[in-house]
Design a protein around this ligand. Structure first.
Ligand code: CP
Ligand code: NVA
Length: 303
């Protein structure tokens, strides 16, 4: 069986803890000057159909940092742009590279590549999931707060790909997750139903953002219009206005509450400049941790 990473729901809590533990160890060792070589001689292909700064650069740097090499392919540079079937792409790529890191629109694209690929496919964001990002976010929470089980975590805004992956992380890692989403913008119902049934922590969706953040140790926020939803930007600005993470909202929480944003951020929309630049926001530590968690993911899936 090829060891793909398509969504966090495919892994149990112990496996997720395994990524986190290895990432924390690799981070510590790199700060101490240790040079890693776990992936010497390996090549990973990055197939990206959407833009990226953090995910692309951190996966590339992670691969080089483990002694491996990368080939970056934007969708317009491949025959995917001319509708080559995914099953053919998968069965060609797997003869050249040791793994594929894929950012695309539909989850069915990574699922189809994985079905036909003889090498691991890693989901670097689809419309449905952003699993690698949420692992680096959980790593950041652990660094700032300690073990995540039993903690109270809030999600404020769109029930998008990030929210779905947070829901699956909550089910597997046993923390309480309250999501405040406007009506009509809930997380994926099937992911929610499955996670609620399986979780040892509590997962719930509410409409009132203040109800979600009161008592929360962590507040998560993301853009109101994700990649591919640009034409909805104007209508979403109105719907999501009460969900802005701002100083008034932080006043409802303790001074120890941290704010996570996976970036890129739209200051003045989902988060104010004062909160993003303020002492409770850990967005840039999250961004750094993408490098370390991607090393752990690549080491576990490609070794
Ligand atoms: N957070 C994140 O995935 O950022 P990029 O879109 O820049 O990769
Ligand atoms: N929800 C956002 C995350 C960006 C990293 C998007 O899909 O655009």
């Amino acid at each position: 069986m090829v060891n793909h990473l398509l969504s966090l729901g495919d892994f149990d809590g112990e496996q997720l803890q395994g990524y986190l533990k290895l990432a924390l160890q690799l981070k510590k060792e790199s700060k101490e000057g240790v040079r890693h070589q776990q992936l010497t001689g390996k090549v990973v292909g990055l197939v990206f159909e959407k833009p990226s700064t953090r995910t692309r650069v951190s996966f590339e740097a992670a691969m080089y940092g483990l002694g491996g090499q990368v080939i970056y392919l934007s969708s317009r540079d491949t025959q995917l742009a001319r509708n080559e079937p995914l099953k053919d792409m998968a069965r060609v790529m797997d003869r050249y590279v040791d793994g594929m890191v894929v950012r695309t629109f539909g989850q069915e694209v990574v699922d189809e590549l994985a079905r036909y690929s003889g090498v691991p496919v890693i989901n670097a964001l689809t419309d449905l999931h952003h699993p690698c990002q949420v692992l680096s976010d959980v790593m950041t929470v652990i660094e700032k707060k300690g073990p995540i089980a039993g903690r109270r975590i809030a999600w404020v805004g769109d029930g998008n790909n990030m929210a779905n992956s947070w829901i699956q992380a909550a089910a597997r890692l046993g923390f309480d997750l309250t999501l405040a989403c406007p009506a009509g913008y809930d997380p994926d119902p099937e992911i929610l139903r499955t996670a609620m049934a399986e979780s040892t922590g509590r997962i719930k969706v509410v409409r009132d953002p203040l109800a979600a953040v009161r008592g929360a140790e962590v507040i998560n926020v993301d853009v109101w219009a994700s990649m591919g939803q640009e034409e909805e930007q104007a209508s979403r600005l109105k719907v999501f206005a009460p969900y802005q993470v701002n100083e008034a909202m932080l006043n409802e929480t303790g001074a120890g509450t941290i704010v996570l944003h996976c970036l890129p951020a739209h200051r003045g929309e989902e988060i104010t400049d004062a909160v993003l630049e303020g002492p409770q926001c850990v967005a840039f530590d999250q961004a750094e941790n993408k490098l370390h968690i991607h090393k752990a993911i690549l080491a576990k899936h490609l070794s």
